[in-house]
Design a protein around this ligand. Structure first.
Ligand code: PRP
Length: 213
């Protein structure tokens, strides 16, 4: 068998999603490392599972998969919607559940053309456009909750998981927009060329997810 063709390259998000994704993969019998905190390695071979893990910044996972340097990837629906890359979405992994919401200070008053700060300018713009609301979207890269506190924006669009960040900063969720979980995505060519491998991985993950409920 062609060895390169047999290795599945998997773009994995570094950080908090990795732990949950690796747990799911392990439950499905793919013995990938549960914790990578003790290494700064970015490419991790998993010979037993015939896989190579590419440890990526979450927002870059769809890019690696679109270009085919990773055959498949694990990525949050939030990133998938924002990045809008040409990839197949194969499976809802149900992990890292949270929601995208419009957030503000409790005493927020409507203003003309409010400023909305977010890491997700495309998602936010589309959301307000569909509702006929004119807003000015300001792109930030993190700690979005700062924006209304220091007067940069009237509202923010951001992820809410436990709600702790909102509570700690005196902010309120004004409108939940949609639920977010992590998804398994595939490169279009890889999906054809490595269909058996990808499909059997999908089936194993699906069976594991069904057994979890
Ligand atoms: C995310 C998100 C919120 C927070 C929500 O931020 O942007 O700030 O987590 O989680 P919670 O509801 O459990 O408090 P992250 O930690 O990824 O950092 P960032 O804001 O710098 O992107």
């Amino acid at each position: 068998m062609n060895e390169t063709k047999d290795i599945l390259k998997v773009a994995m998000p570094k950080g908090r999603i990795y732990k949950q994704a690796s747990r799911l993969f392990r439950e499905a019998g793919l013995l990938i490392q549960e914790d990578l905190e003790d290494t700064r390695k970015l490419i991790i071979e998993v010979p037993d599972a015939r896989m190579e893990l590419i440890m990526a910044k979450p927002v870059d996972v769809p890019t690696y998969v679109e270009y085919g340097v990773a055959d498949i990837g694990v990525v949050g629906k939030d990133v998938l919607m924002e990045e809008n890359k040409d990839v197949y979405e194969l499976l809802d992994l149900g992990i890292a559940p949270c929601r995208m919401s419009v957030i503000g200070l409790p005493d927020w008053k409507p203003v003309m053309n409010p400023r909305v700060a977010t890491k997700y300018p495309n998602v936010a713009s589309q959301y307000f456009r569909e509702r006929g609301q004119q807003v000015e979207v300001i792109k930030l890269n993190g700690s979005i909750e700062l924006a209304p506190l220091i007067g940069l924006a009237d509202r923010i669009v951001d992820m809410v998981e436990t709600g702790q960040t909102l509570r700690d900063n005196g902010l309120v969720e004004m409108e939940p927009m949609f639920g977010v979980t992590s998804r398994l995505i595939a490169n279009r060519v890889s999906y054809r060329m490595k269909n058996d491998r990808i499909q059997s991985l999908c089936d194993r993950l699906q069976a594991t997810l069904s057994a979890r409920v």
